[in-house]
Design a protein around this ligand. Structure first.
Ligand code: DP6
Length: 339
């Protein structure tokens, strides 16, 4: 009987960004980061053990991916790593699908590498849900650590709600843990799309250049205090305090990216004009809505759920042509099995 293991892992949006690596071979970040796990923007990955295969067979959004492809490289490297860890030689047929455009700055590697980790280990250990996977030696914390080895931000998608990834003092002592559950504060993420094309410079490449920016070390020196302020605002559920920190953080990360060598511009003038529009809307309407941007051109608007309808009406009037993806804070991953 062929059992198909299905992992569903949501994307996450970083409030405090993971940018730059202290040690790339250990996926040791240069700083702590903090994110909100999303709900509807997710990757669904099916894994099936297949003794007839001589190598893993991977399909991403309906297209075959090979070891040589840019996207395949990360996937196959991670599968090889996981196979060594669980000592499993049987090859897998992997079928993976994103609910959002891949490579558009909506962290597809976070949900993708998270879902790959869970689905592959579930298939190899024949675990039909997350509790069974834990009994087979893969606790959520361990899955998060393994996922971040595939892609740093993926580790944070292994928990729901607000999640922290701590750099700690050595690569082996990093920790990833949930700070607040989803119920703590009903927050939304309205993603405003400016491009659905795959970005020209991957975040993995751009991470490497961070150290060449004259802004990078001053940024690192200030992050402890920003994290403290963000956590206090989250605790108090105060968007007027959290919001300015979100914007400062995103703009600072892009300042580092643009001032590094090579310099990368992940967003252009259209996105820039939109950021100004959001500030106008906030002031004119008294609406607590703030932006953050990951390594891509699209804007994430963070706001409380009670203001979502009002924001949608305003955006419909002021930029009716813009496509929006609307999501909220979610509970984290899910694993199931089909015969
Ligand atoms: C801007 O996790 O994609 O989204 O570890 O090289 O795979 P790799 O990088 P990745 O970097 C994400 C950076 C970010 C900020 C964040 O999610 O914290």
């Amino acid at each position: 009987m062929t059992r198909r293991y299905q992992a569903i892992v949501p994307s996450n949006i970083a409030f405090l960004k993971y940018w730059g690596k202290a040690d790339e071979s250990h996926q040791w970040p240069a700083n702590d980061s903090l994110s909100m796990t999303l709900d509807g923007l997710k990757t669904t990955t099916l894994a099936v053990k297949d003794t007839a295969l001589t190598d893993h067979a991977v399909t991403l959004n309906g297209q075959k991916v090979t070891r040589e492809d840019r996207r395949g490289l990360k996937i196959f490297r991670h599968l090889d790593h996981l196979a060594t860890i669980c000592d499993c030689a049987v090859k897998l047929a992997i079928n993976t699908h994103n609910s959002f455009p891949t490579g558009s700055g909506i962290a597809s590697s976070a949900s993708g590498l998270g879902a790959l980790t869970i689905a592959a280990l579930a298939a190899w250990t024949e675990s039909s849900n997350l509790d069974a996977l834990q009994k087979n030696g893969y606790s959520r914390e361990r899955l998060a650590q393994l996922s971040r080895q595939g892609s740093g931000s993926a580790g944070r998608s292994l928990f729901g709600g607000i999640v922290v990834w701590e750099k700690s003092s050595a690569p082996e002592s990093q920790s990833i843990y949930p700070l607040y559950p989803q119920e703590h504060w009903p927050l939304c993420d309205v993603i405003v799309l400016f491009s659905e094309e795959e970005k020209a410079v991957s975040s993995t490449q751009a991470h490497r250049a961070a150290w060449t920016s004259p802004l990078f070390e001053p940024r690192l020196a200030g992050l402890k205090e920003r994290r403290r302020l963000m956590e206090a605002a989250l605790q108090a559920r105060d968007m007027w305090r959290l919001g300015p920190l979100l914007e400062q953080e995103a703009l600072e990360m892009h300042g580092v990216i643009m001032s590094a060598q090579p310099s990368v511009h992940y967003f252009g003038t259209e996105t820039g004009h939109f950021l100004r529009l959001i500030r106008e809307i906030r002031e004119e309407e008294g609406l607590p809505v703030y932006f953050t941007i990951d390594a891509g051109p699209n804007v994430h608007l963070i706001l409380e759920e009670k203001y979502l309808e009002k924001l949608q009406k305003i955006l419909q009037l002021r930029c009716p042509q813009r496509q929006l993806l609307i999501d909220r804070m979610g509970p984290g991953p899910h694993l199931s099995v089909e015969a």
